[in-house]
Design a binder for this molecule. Structure first.
Ligand SMILES: C[S@@+](CC[C@H](N)C(=O)[O-])C[C@H]1O[C@@H](n2cnc3c(N)ncnc32)[C@H](O)[C@@H]1O
Length: 265
């Protein structure tokens, strides 16, 4: 089937363009790589289905359970905004840590007008206000890893401006993470294995395994055989589940397996 030609317009920053996806929500396209941040079938539907619902985070927040999320690839911040929106609606603490190498400027995020998809549009206003004052916004190998923090009501965002591969190498050399610092979910959302093969490895997944609670979940949009094998090598039990309506046929949920792998940290 031919790929539909979805409307794409310039943003205030030449590094990103804005594309309208099929559910009426926008996504960003990174100009240098040509990579879109979400499926053209629907950025909002994909985010809700794969990340908030597939991970169990939406349900946890609905039960008012304090929740910790680790995201690989912060991108437009859509997953953060939708997760924080749910946490605020449920008066529930959320700690959301994201790894990112280049944060888009506030002017680009404002153009997406994501407030229409939130119960608390003030969250977007406050986030963009924070982003406008945030420097630096890019990871650099010459600079110690930068940690940026933003709070809105019950939700706390920490962005680590770092290459996830470098962060993973540091985490695997460090002491194991304490139980109360582990995450309930990993939103694994870098560009595709073809575009970023260095991120979809058994070594990176082993680090994610060490960061997750025993009942936590790693969720992602990619179900390729190679990715499932790498996750299994890292100790995950992997399930393919139906994707969002009108979107990818299947997406992936990985849970720490009952028997840990021999190389568990
Ligand atoms: C698919 S987009 C993420 C979309 C995002 N989850 C959202 O809700 O908008 C992938 C992101 O990963 C970032 N990225 C690419 N390589 C990376 C790396 N090595 N380490 C950390 N982030 C990376 C890109 O800059 C991009 O913003």
């Amino acid at each position: 089937m031919p790929i539909p030609d979805r409307p794409t317009v310039d943003s205030p920053d030449p590094r990103w363009r804005v594309r309208l996806t099929d559910d009426g929500s926008p996504t960003l396209v990174e100009v240098a790589s040509g990579q879109a941040m979400h499926s053209g079938c629907g950025a909002r539907d994909e985010t809700r289905h794969v990340y908030l619902e597939g991970s169990g985070v939406s349900e946890r927040l609905g039960r008012q359970q304090p929740t910790r999320v680790l995201e690989v690839g912060f991108g437009s911040g859509l997953a953060w905004l939708m997760t924080a929106d749910r946490a605020v609606s449920n008066h529930t603490p959320l700690f959301y840590q994201a790894l990112e190498i280049a944060l888009p400027p506030a002017s680009v995020i404002r153009q997406l007008d994501l407030g229409r998809f939130l119960d608390h549009p003030a969250l977007l206003d406050a986030f963009c206000g924070w982003l406008a004052m945030t420097e630096p916004r890019e990871a650099s190998p010459d600079r110690p890893d930068v940690r940026l923090e933003f709070r809105f009501q019950t939700a706390t965002l920490r962005v680590l401006l770092v290459d996830a591969v470098r962060w993973g190498a540091a985490r695997s050399a460090a002491l194991p993470t304490f139980d109360d610092e582990r995450f309930d979910a990993v939103y694994f959302d870098p560009y595709s294995p073809e575009a970023a093969p260095q991120l979809w490895t058994a070594e990176i997944f082993a680090v994610m395994f060490g960061e997750l609670q025993a009942d936590g979940r790693l969720v992602t949009y990619c179900v390729s055989r190679a990715v499932r094998d790498a996750l299994a090598t890292a100790g995950f039990a992997v399930r393919r589940v139906p994707g969002p309506a009108g979107g990818k046929r299947e997406v992936l949920i990985a849970s720490p397996a009952v028997s840990p792998p021999s190389h568990e940290r």
